[in-house]
Structures are given as structure tokens and as C-alpha cells.
Design a protein around this ligand. Sequence first.
Ligand SMILES: Cc1cc2nc3c(=O)[nH]c(=O)nc-3n(C[C@H](O)[C@H](O)[C@H](O)COP(=O)(O)O)c2cc1C
Length: 323
Amino acid sequence: MHIRPLKVGRLQLNNNLIQGPLAGYSCAPFRLITHRLGQPAYCTTEMISAKDLAHRSVKPKRYLWKDPAEGLVSYQLSGDNPQDIAAATKIVTDAGASLIDLNCGCPVTKIRAKGAGSKLLTEPNKIASLVMAAKANTHVPVSVKIRIDSVSGDNNNLSVAKTIEAAGADLLIVHGRHWTEKYDIPCNLEQIADIVAACKIPVIANGDVENIASLKRTFELTQCAGIMIARASVGRPWLFQQLQAESKKEFFKPPSLAEIGALFSEHLHSLAELETEYLAAIQARKLAKYYIRQHFPSEPFQLKINSCETLSVLDALIKTYFR
Ligand SMILES: Cc1cc2nc3c(=O)[nH]c(=O)nc-3n(C[C@H](O)[C@H](O)[C@H](O)COP(=O)(O)O)c2cc1C
């Protein structure tokens, strides 16, 4: 097993398991719970538009706020313009970023239409200019998150990875799917392995790690420097600690159902404090599927939660089911 401390630039990380970015989920309340129960190396924010940030038109509490009790946080920026990335880098550095990540993998049409996300993979030199803009405006390490096989039908991974490395990135994170593949088909670990072998900077593998077997398989097949987990730890923030324990063949006792319910309620109360009670109730609907997975069938809980609009009703409903 390859769980171990990892150095990224000048930053020494306690381990090499990272919470990935999830738009709509990874704001401060989510990260706080993940830090407390899982203690990953760091958590990543949801993607933040560098242009909107540079023009001060993002909600600062949702996108910039970092709770003092959180551990290390990487702020993920999306954009295609070095001036925007430079300005946004300064802002997130001032907000307390421990690392800065550049999103070069997002498959969403509206992001690609702006020339950002996975669209950047067809222009490695543009990615290099974004890396240099970020590096010139911060003292924290800069990472880049890409998807594999950047040009359809022509495996362009290595030139993208080497260009990113030459531009001065401290870390490369590779999601093992092409942008057209969204999230459903299995990850291509062989292509991640080729990138790992070609790079001198640490390369993090990402995709489909959800338990000790998939963690082990990803480490072995890619020889990566660390692993990013995104979806599997939502509603299961202790996963990182569980993987650490199981990798040492130690017994791990997951929280009881009542404790998981209390955690779900805590998460919603923190969201209400960060935004509004109504927005917390709306987010409860998508968080529910993660908190209940593997514990009980989603219906009728999901149907009931879909009509809740206040924290008191949510708390009561959660208490009824999580016991
Ligand atoms: C709902 C959702 C939101 C996501 N948001 C982001 C994002 O903001 N930035 C990013 O780089 N990747 C984002 N991703 C991709 C994940 O970070 C990750 O690369 C992908 O889910 C594969 O990892 P996993 O199998 O561990 O979930 C998102 C994925 C999902 C399903």
C-alpha cells in the first residue's frame, strides 16, 4: 500500500489522499466535516470562475470563505485568460489557499464554450500561460487537474503533461476519463500510468476510488504519488481514515447510523449559516442520496426530504430514519 506523506512544492502534506472538487458540494461546511472525520491531505473547493472572481461577482461566503477550523484547502480556479487567473490567484491566496488548482478537465458545455475546463487540453501552451500566471502571483503550490487523452483519437496526454510540468506546476492531477465520457465508464488507469512515468512532478490519480480494493488497484496500476477521491467520500467523510486504517490492516469502526444522521443535520445547519435555511434545504435533497447510501433504500426518505423547506422538519425527518 502506498499511503504516505507527500511533498508538493514546499508544502509538506501529512498523507497523499486528497478530497476532490465537487461543484455544488465542496463549500466550507462539507470541507469542515471531511477534515474532521477523514483528515485527508487537503480538500479542494468547488470550481470558481477566475473571471467572476477577478470582477468580484462571486458570492464570497460560498466560494471564498474558509472556516478557521478547516485543514488545508486548495482553491480551484477555472478560466482561459492569464490576467483573470493572475487576479483570482491573488484573491484566493489572500483568502487562505494552501494550494491553487487550475481546472483543465471540466466537460460541461457552458465551460468549454468559454474556452475553459477540458477545452484547454487542445491548447497546452495556453495551459502553460495560466500556470505561469498563477505561479507568478502566489507563494503556494499550483496544481493542474486534467482529464486523459486530450485530443480525441490522438493520445496527446504526454505533451500536455510535459508542458504543464515545464511551465512550473507543482502537482498534476489526472482524472482517468476523456471529457466526452462524463463520469460513468470505468477509468483508464493505463493512461494515468503513462503520465506518471513521464513526469518528474508528483502525479495524483483520480477516478472511481471508493474502497480499499480500488485504492490499492489504482496505486498499483498507476504508481501514482497519491489519490484524489471525489464522490465516494460525500456522506462518508470518514472514508479517508477508514482507508488509512484498512491499509495497515487495522480495525475501523464506522459511525453508527444515528451518528451519520447527526452529521447530516450538522452539515445542513452549517449550510444554512453559510447561505440560507431554504438553500440548505434545497441542497439536502442532493446530499441525501449520499448520506443514505448503503444504509437504507432511498424511497420514501428521498421523496419526503424533497418537500422539506425548514431545518426543524429536516432534523425530525433525519432522526426518524437514521436510528
Ligand atoms: C457533481 C460533480 C461535480 C464536480 N465538480 C467538479 C469541479 O468543480 N471541478 C473539477 O475539477 N472536477 C469536478 N468534478 C469531477 C470530480 O472532481 C472527479 O474528477 C470525478 O468525479 C472522478 O472522481 P471520483 O470517481 O472520485 O468521483 C465533479 C464531479 C461531479 C460528479
